[in-house]
Design a protein around this ligand. Structure first.
Ligand code: NAD
Ligand code: IPM
Ligand code: MN
Length: 371
């Protein structure tokens, strides 16, 4: 079926193609049962692209991605590429997509499904009912700023260095996104940096305070140092509603938040650009928080739910399909209540599921809910 909605699918490496393949079964299901169709284009990214073209992202794949309404991304990287020159590494394909499309706002929601309370390494009372959102700045900071490099100091010594740099507009635009999201939730925002040590952190706090004075109506904002935030996330994560932070701290804190939900295999994300004033559209890529999981890749054991929940975010944020997005979230919740589970979220008395079994179960739940 042809459609005016274009979806670029970039499975990548390791478990990426495994979880994307299963997630596309739900895209199919939506086509057959909800008459929602997409014009799907698939491309290579990361190591898969490097193996074929000698680069982790070709100009053609980048152009197709820019042209699409939304991108569904798997994962990139793996030990096979450790010896590859730095700029050709798989991860650079992902970083280039984010940068070229200006996907500056990365939304990483960490929600504990009731049935997964026991899968977390934390006590049930600490995480039960948890629903927080990390808003990570994604196109600035130490990931991209210059200068960076490795240089020789003398014949025995080299120096390796990176720069963490943020400008006022970069902080303001991610701050605004976080304000809007907080306003639509419980209204509680925590801005996280290390203003006690880093100049970029001093500016971050200053800009967030000025923005709050001008545009912070309807929300509360507090500041927290990143090291304390890591500790507070495992001590009492329910104190948070929305956390806004820079690229590097957001990367680290979101892996930490993933474990609150039971597994890295459960955490989806949306990477969004700004809304074009003329068309009302924005670039968007949906990517699970996890990587290519080399330790389990090729074994059919990966949890496909982070990828599926990323598809759910795609429907919600790029196509305003709230009903279908809720339907998927609901089916995931029901699939976790009983039946087999992938090893990362295993519980006593449950049968072991592989990637495909897990999606079979979700699709059965989709059928049950809609019939
Ligand atoms: P990882 O996220 O790939 O794996 C960390 C741990 O979580 C592993 O034990 C893995 O088995 C487990 N895990 C991850 N996803 C899972 C899933 N869906 N189901 C069950 N268990 C899962 O992180 P890593 O091992 O540090 O990195 C491996 C490679 O992936 C590296 O090359 C890294 O750069 C890359 N990476 C890519 C992305 C991305 O493409 N978005 C994100 C993170 C890491
Ligand atoms: C993530 C990943 C990426 C990052 C890597 C693979 C470039 O860890 O999306 O969390 O550091 O942003
Ligand atoms: Mn990460």
């Amino acid at each position: 079926m042809s459609s005016n909605r274009t979806l670029m699918v970039l499975p990548g490496d390791g478990v990426g193609p495994e979880v994307v393949k299963e997630t596309l079964r739900v895209v199919d299901w939506l086509g057959k049962n909800k008459s929602i169709s997409f014009n799907i284009k698939e491309g290579l990214v990361g190591g898969a692209s490097y193996d074929k073209y000698g680069t982790p992202l070709t100009d053609e794949t980048l152009a197709d991605s820019i042209d699409s309404d939304a991108i569904l991304f798997g994962a990139v990287g793996g030990p096979k590429y450790e010896g590859v020159p730095f700029e050709k590494r798989p991860e650079n394909g992902l970083l280039k997509l984010r940068k070229e499309m200006d996907l500056f706002a990365n939304l990483r929601p960490a929600m504990v499904f009731p049935a997964l309370v026991d899968a977390s390494s934390l006590k049930p009372e600490i995480i039960s009912g948890l629903d927080i959102l990390i808003v990570r700045e994604l196109t600035g900071g130490i990931y991209f700023a210059e200068p960076r490099g490795i240089e020789e100091v003398n014949k025995d010594t080299k120096k390796g260095y990176d720069t963490n740099l943020y400008t006022t507009p970069e902080i303001e635009r991610i701050g605004r996104v976080a304000f809007d999201l907080a306003r639509a939730r419980k209204g509680k925002l925590t801005s996280v940096e290390k203003a006690n040590v880093m100049m970029s952190g001093v500016l971050w706090r200053e800009v967030m305070n000025t923005l709050f004075d001008k545009e912070g109506n309807g929300i509360e904002m507090s500041h927290m140092y990143a090291d304390n935030c890591a500790m507070q996330l495992v001590r009492d994560p329910k104190q948070f509603d929305v956390i806004v932070t820079d690229n590097l701290f957001g990367d680290i804190l979101s892996d930490c938040a993933a474990m609150l939900t039971g597994s890295l295999g459960m955490l989806p994300s949306a990477s969004l650009g700004s809304i074009d004033k003329n068309t009302g559209k924005r670039h968007a890529m949906y990517e699970p928080v996890h990587g290519s999981a080399p330790d389990i890749a090729g074994k059919g054991l990966a949890n496909p739910l982070a990828e599926l929940l990323s598809l759910s975010m795609l429907l919600r944020y790029s196509f305003e399909m709230k009903e279908e997005s809720d339907l998927i979230d609901n089916a995931v919740s029901k699939a976790l209540e009983s039946g087999p589970r992938t090893p990362d979220i295993m519980a006593p008395g449950r049968e072991k599921a592989g990637t495909k079994d897990m999606m079979d179960l979700v699709i059965r739940k989709l059928e049950e809910i809609t019939n």
